[in-house]
Every structure is written in C-alpha cells, then in structure tokens.
Design a protein around this ligand. Sequence first.
Ligand code: UDX
Ligand code: UDX
Length: 452
Amino acid sequence: MKRRILNIACIGAGYVGGPTMAVIADRCPDISVTVIDLNETRIAAWNSESLPVYEPGLDEVVRRTRGRNLRFISQREGAAAVAAADAVFISVNTPTKTQGSGAGKASDLSYVEACARYIAEHANGHTIVIEKSTMPVRAADTIKRILATSPHGGTFDVLSNPEFLAEGTAIRDLEKPDRVLIGGEAPEAVEALAEVYARWVPDQAILRTGLWSAELSKLAANAFLAQRVSSINAISALCEVTGAQVDEVAKVLGSDSRIGPKFLKASIGFGGSCFKKDLLSLVYLCEFYGLTEPAAYWQSVQDLNEWQKRRFAQMAAAHAKKHGGVVAVLGLAFKKNTNDFRESPAIDICNHLLAEGVMLRLQDERVDPKAFGEVLVDEVKAGFSFFRDVEEAVRGAGSILVVTEWDRYAGIDWAKLAGQANPGAVIFDGRKVIDQDKAAAAGIKVFAVGQG
Ligand code: UDX
Ligand code: UDX
C-alpha cells in the first residue's frame, strides 16, 4: 500500500530535532510538523524570539515556518500530535551510559525507549517511526519490541534516518545535504519518507539501505571523520618536533583525490556531542561481538584525542606557572558558530589547568558563562572568571590559549593587547587562527599546533 506523510511529529527539540524539523517544514509547506519535548523551558524558548540553539540561518527558517506548519509543544500536550502523525521522528539524546552493562562506552537508549513507549501508547492506525538519533546497530529491534505492545492495536514501520548535519553549518547541511540516508525493511515506508526529502534533495542523493546498514553507517561515518582529525593531530605533533608544517602536509595529503581536503585541520582535539560518544559506542559494539582488534583500533582514535588536549593544557600550564600563574582561554565552544560546548576540548583543558592551580580568564563569543561554569571543577580554588572582551580576558595572562577558531580571533590587534598580558606571555594557538605576524610585531611569541 502506498503511504504518504502529511503529518509529522518529532520527539526531541534539541540541536538535531529543532533545526531538522524547521527545514522540513520550510521545504514542505503542505506537511504539518509538530516538535515535542519533555523540557518545557526549551519549548518556551523555541516559541520565543530567543531560540535555544544558535545556528546561522536558523532564526529566519523558524520565523518563516513557526505558526504556519511548524509548532513546538511540550510532551504533556503531545499525545494528540502523535495520534495524528503519519510519521514520528525520535530525536532525543543518546548519551554514553554511566551505569550498568557497557557503562562508559555503550549508548544509553533509555530516552529512546521512553519515546517508543510514548508512541506505542498514543499512536493511532499506522505510524512510521523514524530513528533520527544516532543508535547502536540493531536498536530498531528494541523499538519494534516496545511498539508491539501498543494498547490500541496500532501498526508500525521502523526506519533509520540518521542526521549528518554538523553544528554551525546545520541549516546549510540540511538544505544541501551530501546525502540523505534511509534504512528500512518495508519499501512503502522507505519511499514515503524519501518523498518528503525529494521536495528538495535530488533522488540520487537519497540512499536507501537495510536498517542495520543505516544504523551502522552513521556510527562509522562519525568514526571515520574523528579518525581523520586524530590522524592529522598525530602528524601535527611530529611536525612540531621535526620542523615540518602541518598545513603544508595537510595540503599535500588533501590534493590526492583519494584522500580529499576536508577534515584535515590540525586542532587542539575534536569535541562535540557526537564523535566521542559514537566512537565509544563503536568500540562497545566491537567488544560485544568479540572483535578485540577493531575495538582497540577505534579506541586509539579517542585516546589520541585525549592526548592532544592534555599536551596543550600541560604546555600552557607549565608556561603560565613561570609567568604569573594565569591562563586566558579564548573559545569555549567545541567549534566556531555554535553555542554548544558539549565535550568541548575547553572543558578538559580548563579542568586540567584548574587542577594545576592555574587561574583562568575565559572568553567565548556565544557560550553561556553560567552553564559553562557548572562543568568546571575547581577543587584547589585556583579561580576562574568570564569576560566578554578578549582585551579583558588576556589581562595578566602568562599563557593565552586559543581553543575555538572563532573568526574574531584572527583579527585580534595584538599591538593593542601586548601591554595587558604578562610580559613573558606566549600564545598557544590550538586552532592556527592567530595572525602570527601581528603577534610577533607586538613581541608576543606564538606556539601554533603542528608548526615546526
Ligand atoms: C542528537 C541525537 O539525537 C543524538 O543521538 C546524536 O548523537 C546527537 O544529536 P541533540 O539534538 O544534539 O541529539 O540532543 P539535545 O540537544 O540534547 O536534544 C535532545 C532533546 O530531547 C532535549 O531537548 C530533551 O529535553 C529531549 N528529550 C529527551 C525528550 O523530549 N524526551 C526524552 O525522553 C528525552
Ligand atoms: C559531526 C559530524 O560532522 C556530523 O556529520 C554528525 O551528524 C554530527 O557529528 P559536529 O560534531 O557538529 O558534526 O561538528 P564537526 O564539524 O564534525 O566537528 C567535530 C569536531 O572536530 C569539532 O570540535 C571540530 O573543531 C573538530 N575538527 C573538525 C577538527 O579538529 N579538525 C577538522 O578538520 C574538522
């Protein structure tokens, strides 16, 4: 039977659910889209002028669609939306488990399971349930088992439609995706969802696979991307001791069409809510199936990342201790153009510095200082404070550590700031964004990642 999707519900109004549904509503004016979330404060923010997620272009898309065919409601009011939906996306978070079997590695599916129960309880007739959250392979089995308990005799298809958007470029990625992936068993359900995306995505970019391949592809794609960053970061350390330049090496590598130029930017380490979680989930899956060597291989990608963060923190701490004991940290977000600091390298780096007794002066363009302060651990009472301006943040600093590649940092007028920092101050540029000529002219030394 041919199926059509005219009514969509999405559970989870986070960094993925919110922007994804906004773009679907924008591109499909005839489809009604309802985004549901347990968190009522978050829903209120989605309905306000100050959206809970900062993404370039998102405000405009929401302004065009909200109140037209897009609405945000709390889960308390969500039952009717699920009952009316032809398709329900599950877009809640799937964090690393903190207890029970697989703790520290496996993904915690309890929110996903709660969503499946909610859908089972409220769905009506036939509903396509779509995994948007990143799931371990065979998570769909668990969802199907829960849906089968539906008290109203509802019937279901389960699809895997993982999201590949990157934060900071989410709207562009959604509007012009490299590919859309739909994994499923029932061709009618797969085609019904493909028809939604086909409004703006060329058919050859809509990939259809089996359910398990789709689930695994998302984990594997993130692991491959993370592996490229760890690979170039491993090379960056070798550049620093041999006199090679990592940018030059990356350019040479990237011009080989078999390698390609993207994701070869050496850094202070990767962050974000996905890479670490998905690598660990992959490691757990390999271990679960007794694949010891593949597990160790993917674990090493994560270990290299921890090492990269640690060595920067150690360098900055050692230098600052000899020059006044203060470090200015420029950038707290895990990358530019987002207010998200989940798993940001800045967290581990700041906590390492605080444990070393170094006082921190923190600055970011978008991150909420209060929220960031809550993830800092300052047992030795070294102290930390937040500043809006770079000028203020560097006052008295012996080390200036650049953690996020915000555009503004490239334009810093070091001549103006030279008098503010400690006389022996060194910039540790973990993103290679600082104008080194300007810094040198102002008498400030720069140590940049991967620069021999
Ligand atoms: C997403 C994906 O879904 C995750 O699997 C992927 O790996 C990272 O991206 P994201 O949108 O970034 O997660 O998560 P988050 O911003 O935390 O949003 C999840 C939302 O789901 C939150 O607003 C939370 O309140 C909501 N939620 C969670 C529910 O509405 N119901 C629940 O039962 C659990
Ligand atoms: C990632 C994937 O790119 C996306 O497809 C998936 O859906 C979610 O996870 P995201 O985490 O939002 O997206 O950002 P991404 O651009 O991948 O960056 C991840 C981290 O790697 C950031 O900390 C970034 O600064 C770092 N990175 C990226 C590097 O250090 N060097 C690079 O060359 C690229």
